[in-house]
Design a protein. Structure first.
Lengths: 451, 165
């Protein structure tokens, strides 16, 4: 591994690193002042586009490109929503950025609002982050007092208010249109797209939704430049005109069965094996990995033999995972039952499905009930085919649901059964010696057949 | 006619109104209002829902619809003075999260989501708390309890805890 000095995490471990004084002593807010004095909003959009920055919230969409989808010459208001709902199991990098370096995030928000001509930014913060709430609140106050927020910032005609808005413990509020509905005071039912938020979003106005880490990257691009950002990570594949590359530093969250769980910054493209060994102190208790989640539970599973896959935006997909997601790497050791893993995953999605699309609402709860029956010693081999059928049919990719939660529910099912089928079969035969071969419908399954 | 008992205090209404300039319409105040009421009453009874609706100029059903979408808000009775969210998602489960939840419920003699008879403690299973680096973990009011063993968690949850947010 090339030596790499953390940038996004430079404040971690610095005493009072979360204060404005500390942030400015590290070079913060100077880039903002320079840009407000010298650049037009369109030039800032161009800068972010040219950097190749892709959103860090899970979908990996080009940030600059997304901003260009806003209508030109719109009378306003245009809204900026900062997604701090961070609830994808395994993920905690937004929390660390908000707690340890809130001004880096705020400078990124101010730059992004300037670029998109937004004069109001809402930070949608998950309820379970009280410390982030306090740190952001204090940092926003400091930024107002220093003249970086409010009316006519630094003598320009650019004004911006940032408001904190607190969620109420629902994963679906992280989906961008679920977030918008929730902010509007309604149940967080994601919207059918199009229209995309850039055209009609919050309060029916053009809206950009971006992740907290994306904001921190914008601040660093403003400070260190496009060339710096593009010198890190994995360049676009010259043989694939549709590959935008994976540029910049990334915060990888490492948890589960490793010796040293934590949030580690590395160039995009580090492998899971490097992360585990270099940063994580290896798999815990000297054991071996059985499987690894590459980017939050929605992304599915890599096997031990797939651990050399680069964790850039294109990597996990090459081994059948959904994508890089949030780059939250969860290690599962060889003593853990993959049946238990899948039960945990199915329970999460059954609990968090918002319920408006039938394939997702029913698919997630039936898969959970099947896993519960399996764990109660009543599994049948046929269940594996039915689970796969559910996995193959619910989601935006097969076109049966409104949002991507269902794809995230489907992927762990598909990956676990395809990559560990033998273990499922052994488990079912061992725990249900008299019934594993039965193929008659059981009551709950008959209903599955009806759909 | 007897004047309806008011559940929302003037302070609560003032706190809600103070946030009004942040949003272009009053419906967006629904979630902030629910949080303001819940922080005081530890639940949001139906009467409070009706009063919030009145303050915001909404139908009670609109507020009730939003509130019930979030399992977060209890309606029937207050949650405990300490509300402990015990993470059961994958990174915590891999390090004993499910066992932790079971142990705590057993020791306190309550089922998951239950509240002790003296109203001091509610234990709720939670999905990923965004603190997987400290798995298994618990969020008790504003305090993140890190790397919990069942015994340590049992002792931690006996302590009274402030709630600032
Ligand atoms: C079910 C679901 C949950 C999501 N949760 C989050 C989240 O907690 N935080 C986040 O930034 N993006 C989340 N996303 C992605 C957002 O919809 C959106 O793509 C992202 O916030 C855009 O920001 P970015 O372009 O800066 O990444 C989620 C998506 C889905 C389908
Ligand atoms: S896919 Fe699932 S979570 Fe997404 S809108 Fe449909 S029911 Fe809700
Ligand atoms: S899985 Fe428990 S905090 Fe993330």
């Amino acid at each position: 591994m090339q030596p790499f000095k953390p940038v996004l995490l430079e404040a971690v471990g610095v005493p009072n690193g979360y204060t404005i004084a500390s942030y400015k002593s590290r070079g913060g807010y100077a880039p903002l002042e320079k840009i407000l004095a010298e650049k037009q909003p369109a030039e800032v959009v161009e800068m972010v586009k040219a950097s190749g920055l892709r959103g860090r919230g899970g979908a990996g969409f080009s940030t600059g490109l997304k901003w260009t989808f806003l209508p030109k010459d719109h009378p306003g208001p245009i809204y900026l929503c900062i997604n701090a709902d961070e609830s994808e199991p395994g993920t905690f990098n937004n929390r660390i950025l908000m707690e340890d370096d809130p001004h880096q995030v705020i400078e990124g928000i101010i730059l992004s609002a300037y670029a998109t001509r937004a004069s109001t930014a809402y930070i949608y913060l998950r309820y379970e982050y009280p410390q982030s709430w306090h740190r952001l609140e204090a940092a926003i106050d400091e930024a107002y007092a220093a003249g970086y927020l409010g009316k006519n910032i630094r003598g320009t005609n650019f004004s911006l208010d940032i408001y904190l808005h607190r969620g109420a413990a629902a994963y679906i509020c992280g989906e961008e249109t679920g977030l918008i509905e929730s902010l509007e005071g309604k149940r967080a039912w994601p919207r059918i797209k199009p229209p995309f938020p850039a055209i009609e979003g919050l309060f029916h106005k053009p809206t950009v939704v971006n992740n907290i880490e994306t904001m921190a990257c914008v601040a660093q691009i403003a400070r260190r430049g496009i060339e710096w950002f593009k010198s890190i990570g994995v360049p676009a594949d010259p043989n694939n005109p549709r590959d935008p590359g994976s540029y910049g530093p990334k915060l990888y969250c490492l948890s589960g069965h490793v010796e040293k769980p934590g949030c580690y910054e590395a160039p995009l493209g580090i492998t899971a094996r490097e992360l585990i060994n270099h940063f994580g102190g290896g798999v815990w208790k000297g054991r071996k990995a059985k499987a690894v989640i590459p980017g939050g539970i929605s992304m599915g599973l890599m096997t031990e033999s797939e651990l050399d896959t680069p964790l850039d935006f294109a990597g996990p997909g090459k081994v059948g995972c959904l994508g890089l997601g949030t780059a939250a790497v969860v290690v599962i050791d060889d003593q853990t039952s993959i049946v238990d893993f899948l039960h945990n995953s199915c329970r999460f999605f059954a609990h968090e499905s918002c319920g408006q699309c039938t394939p997702c609402r029913e698919g997630t709860s039936w898969s959970l009930r099947m896993l519960e029956r399996m764990k109660a010693g009543k599994g049948r081999l046929k269940d594996l085919d039915i689970l796969l059928e559910i996995g193959n049919t619910m989601g935006m990719m097969p076109g049966s649901t409104i949002c991507g939660l269902a794809d995230g529910a489907a992927w762990p099912i598909k990956n676990a059964i395809k990559k560990f089928r033998g273990e499922f079969e052994d488990y079912i035969k061992r725990t249900n010696p008299s019934g594993w071969m039965v193929t008659d419908p059981v009551p709950a399954l008959q209903i599955v057949g009806a759909h | 006619m007897i004047a309806a008992q008011k559940i929302l205090t003037d302070e609560m209404v003032a706190k809600i109104e103070a946030l009004a300039p942040r949003y272009p319409n009053r419906r967006a105040l629904t979630l902030p209002a629910l949080h303001i009421v819940n922080a005081e009453l530890l639940h949001v009874p139906l009467e409070a829902v009706a009063e919030i609706a009145q303050v915001l100029g909404l139908a009670p059903a609109e507020v009730q619809d939003t509130m019930t979408f979030y399992e977060f808000f209890h309606q029937e009775k207050p949650h405990g003075k300490v509300r402990a969210f015990v993470c059961r998602s994958i990174s915590c489960a891999l390090r004993g999260g499910d066992h932790l939840l079971e142990h705590l419920c057993h020791k306190n003699g309550i089922p998951p989501y239950g509240t002790t008879a003296d109203g001091s403690l509610t234990i709720e299973p939670a999905e990923c708390l965004g603190a997987c680096d400290f798995a298994p973990c618990i969020l008790a009011n504003d305090d993140l309890l890190k790397n919990m063993t069942p015994e340590a968690a049992e002792a931690e949850l006996q302590k009274p805890r402030a709630r600032a947010t």
